[in-house]
Design a protein around this ligand. Structure first.
Ligand code: PLP
Length: 391
């Protein structure tokens, strides 16, 4: 590991000092610039769900790079349409929907917010988006305002208008906030960055009912929870509700940057040519990676793998001395530590010991291993964590 003087670092100071430089990854393992091996239980923040350098995804990227890299959205390309059809099938709405591709999670939510405003009639109709305290929806100005963490807003005021926050998992507060200016409710099934806090099924069903009664869109942010991570293809599928709009990114390209905003046909129709666009969104390299990622995910039945592996990991971590409780769904888990305020130090010690995970709050560690993680790798990671907690 290398500590570098600040003036030597050519990167903007937006991230904490980076304690290690990774040069290679294979499956659940990462290797640093001195050749040291680490077990990766974070997957680049829930991105590399098939593990590092998956051969099918790597081959698809190499093949597409030799075939066609980019032509813009003025012209059609093949992988884009195929991925859109697969996403529509996995989301499983009876009525069917349509997809807009972009390059990140924040852009997917930005597209959803614009779509909701256009659908709602903008400033002459409905335009407000209601989201929850503790949520995370991105860092662009609009998605930052949708993010229910006021401490992150202050330095960037004034933020775009039209956002309102309510307490998480509290239906009465949401109902009180839904006046006739509200176009959409935007929620994560499990608040990821907010501390791995799952919603209750009753809350999501209640939100769906309220949205139906008031003619408001339900936008579900599946950026962290999507693609099998929680034990279903999408987190909302645990709750038996059908969203109007679903936003995705992270694991969709297994590391290739790609985001997507799906909406029911009737809602998607609000957008016409010129309403929204991006130069790179859905370009062939990203969508070829996504096509290969989704094909492997379906062949491996990653939701089932996440459910089984998640149960094993949650049980083993819960039994460790020093862990007060484990929460989450599938392979998106957090361990609340018994000693308050120690999570960052414990995560740093885990890295020293060769285990990659992160402190999602001051007192909780987040686990998001690849969905193909083996039982032996889970046992190895738990043993590394146990040794750190022991000292
Ligand atoms: N929404 C959720 C639920 C997320 O977890 C994240 C990122 O962590 C985002 C949106 C923003 O995604 P991106 O960092 O790709 O812009």
């Amino acid at each position: 590991m290398t500590a570098e003087p600040e003036q030597m670092n050519p990167l903007m100071n937006t991230y904490p000092p980076q304690p290690v430089t990774f040069v290679r990854g294979e499956g659940t393992y990462l290797y640093d610039d001195s050749g040291r091996r680490y077990l990766d239980f974070l997957s680049g923040l829930a991105v590399t769900s098939l593990g590092h350098s998956h051969p099918a995804v790597a081959a698809a990227i190499a093949e597409q790079a030799r075939t066609l890299l980019h032509v813009s959205n003025l012209y059609g390309t093949l992988p884009q349409r195929e991925v859109a059809a697969t996403l529509d099938r996995l989301i499983g709405a009876d009525a069917g929907g349509k997809v807009f591709f972009c390059n990140s999670g924040a852009e997917a939510n930005e597209a959803a917010i614009k779509l909701a405003r256009k659908w709602g009639g903008g400033a002459h109709g409905r335009w407000v988006v209601v989201s929850a305290y503790g949520s995370f929806h991105g860092r662009t100005l609009a998605t930052l305002h949708a993010t229910g963490q006021p401490q992150k807003h202050e330095a960037f005021q004034p933020l775009p208008e039209g956002f309102r926050h309510v307490p998480w998992d509290d239906l009465a507060s949401l109902e009180a906030a839904m006046d006739p200016t509200v176009a959409a409710v935007l929620l994560e099934p499990v608040q990821g960055e907010g501390g791995v806090n799952p919603a209750t099924p009753e809350y999501f069903r209640g939100v769906r009912r309220l949205c139906d009664e008031r003619g408001v869109l339900l936008i579900v942010d599946e950026i962290q929870t999507g693609f099998g991570r929680t034990g279903r293809w999408f987190g909302f599928q645990h709750f038996g509700v059908q969203p109007d709009v679903v936003t995705m990114a992270k694991a969709l390209g297994n590391g290739m940057p790609i985001g997507a905003c799906w909406a029911l046909d009737d809602v998607a129709r609000a957008f016409g040519p010129g309403d929204h666009a991006t130069t790179f969104g859905g370009q062939p390299l990203a969508t070829a990676a996504a096509r290969a990622t989704l094909a492997v995910m379906e062949a491996e039945d990653v939701p089932a793998r996440a459910a089984t592996a998640g149960a094993r990991l949650a049980k083993a971590v819960d039994e460790l001395p020093g862990v007060a409780a484990v929460r989450g769904m599938g392979l998106l888990l957090a361990a609340e530590l018994s000693a308050p305020g120690t999570a960052r130090e414990v995560a740093a010690c885990c890295l020293d010991a060769g285990l990659v995970l992160n402190a999602v709050t001051d007192s909780a560690l987040r686990f998001a291993p690849p969905l193909l993680v083996s039982d032996e790798e889970i046992d190895e990671g738990v043993a590394l964590l146990a040794a750190v907690l022991d000292t």
